[in-house]
Design a protein around this ligand. Sequence first.
Ligand SMILES: *[C@@H]1O[C@H](CO)[C@@H](O)[C@H](O)[C@H]1NC(C)=O
Ligand SMILES: *[C@@H]1O[C@H](CO)[C@@H](O)[C@H](O)[C@H]1NC(C)=O
Ligand SMILES: *[C@@H]1O[C@H](CO)[C@@H](O)[C@H](O)[C@H]1NC(C)=O
Ligand SMILES: *[C@@H]1O[C@H](CO)[C@@H](O)[C@H](O)[C@H]1NC(C)=O
Ligand SMILES: *[C@@H]1O[C@H](CO)[C@@H](O)[C@H](O)[C@H]1NC(C)=O
Ligand SMILES: *[C@@H]1O[C@H](CO)[C@@H](O)[C@H](O)[C@H]1NC(C)=O
Length: 389
Amino acid sequence: MAACSASLSSFFFEYDTPRIVLIRSRKVGLMNRGVQLLILAYVIGWVFVWEKGYQEMDSVVSSSTTKVKGVALTNTSDLGLRIWDVADYVIPAQQENALFIMTNMIATLNQRQSTCAELPSAETKCKSDDDCSSGSIDVHGSGVTTGRCINYNAHVKTCEVMAWCPVENDTYVPRPAFLKAAENFTLLIKNHIWYPKFNFTKRNILPNTNATYLKSCIYDAKTNPYCPIFRLGQIVESAGQNFQQMAMEGGIMGIQINWNCNLDLAASHCLPKYSFLRLDNQDSSHTVAPGYNFRFAKYYKDPNGTEARTLIKAYGIRFDIIVFGKAGKFDIIPTMINIGSGLALLGVATVLCDIIVLYFMKKRFYYREKKYKYVEDYEQRLTGESRTE
Ligand SMILES: *[C@@H]1O[C@H](CO)[C@@H](O)[C@H](O)[C@H]1NC(C)=O
Ligand SMILES: *[C@@H]1O[C@H](CO)[C@@H](O)[C@H](O)[C@H]1NC(C)=O
Ligand SMILES: *[C@@H]1O[C@H](CO)[C@@H](O)[C@H](O)[C@H]1NC(C)=O
Ligand SMILES: *[C@@H]1O[C@H](CO)[C@@H](O)[C@H](O)[C@H]1NC(C)=O
Ligand SMILES: *[C@@H]1O[C@H](CO)[C@@H](O)[C@H](O)[C@H]1NC(C)=O
Ligand SMILES: *[C@@H]1O[C@H](CO)[C@@H](O)[C@H](O)[C@H]1NC(C)=O
């Protein structure tokens, strides 16, 4: 009982503290300061100055609208002299964050539901009705076969199909592009952004621009970097592509608007940065199925009441508007968190130096002896003591 209370009191009236070993060595001291300096440089240089660890961050929310201007004149054998304006070549009239401009096309006029000769190919060419099956559908063909072999033209006979006649001939893409003048069309982009965390809004038509400037300016990376009006040819060329080449078979262009802002500075320093790149496969070694095209038709009734249509295979360039950005503003919470983690990181210097001093240096046994106080096992000590007594 007495022994118990004695050990209890010795436990209670006790305080233990870790021992600190001060090593007076130029080598170890320099190493320690070097590691501390590296950590300090990382925390101050990288975390605070470069990554702005003292700021709260937010991602941009954006909406954009577009408007194209430009007129083209074409003169072809099937359509004759024709003017093309915005309503003709922007398809559809409105899209979200994108727009498609038709630059080339194959038009098949006055198609009606009837029977006619299929487009000549290895499978559809025939000599007599025996070469043609009846009622079969080829997914690559234009219609359902009737089983007859008829003249496609004076030289070639093909199997007859029930289809929208005459069938489309898209063997060759028109060269040069049908609407090659699209190179000089202009595109106005109106882009509104919002950083919800900071209640900060801005648009890409900057506050100091006036109406006369907006009517006449054209974007140029060097001389007019904040003009929101772009020449289509220039967008494509900025991405290192050839407009007339791209106009023939179509493609997809990305217009990137970067709104990275430091909101600790004045709002006038928050400015859009434009960049352009081609998004579809532009590798010249991949020549199978290049470009971008789709078909649509305009339906009407001819004077005697039969349904007819104009089929258009449209090639063109789709412009995707991609808005991204991050804004930062000073905030006490991330500042404190980063200071705290920076201080904690300084502890790494001690761990690293301990490992080197105690395991890798020449005098490691000496340092170890000084650092650790060696103690025998309790029972061993007791028996050892009793033996000596
Ligand atoms: C349109 O092309 C035809 C020949 O295809 C030509 O006779 C006519 O002069 C051209 N018109 C214009 C305005 O160029
Ligand atoms: C398709 O049209 C092209 C001209 O655009 C012509 O050279 C070709 O012969 C036509 N093909 C057929 C099978 O009619
Ligand atoms: C675009 O305009 C320039 C001058 O304004 C002209 O030289 C060029 O031929 C035009 N491009 C096309 C495809 O019409
Ligand atoms: C956001 O800012 C506008 C003025 O720019 C102000 O009228 C509005 O009250 C602010 N909203 C909030 C939630 O602070
Ligand atoms: C519009 O701004 C331009 C410069 O950006 C200036 O030269 C011009 O005088 C201004 N016009 C008006 C009507 O303020
Ligand atoms: C429609 O009328 C025209 C002439 O008026 C004729 O040539 C054509 O065959 C008619 N079409 C149909 C489907 O009856």
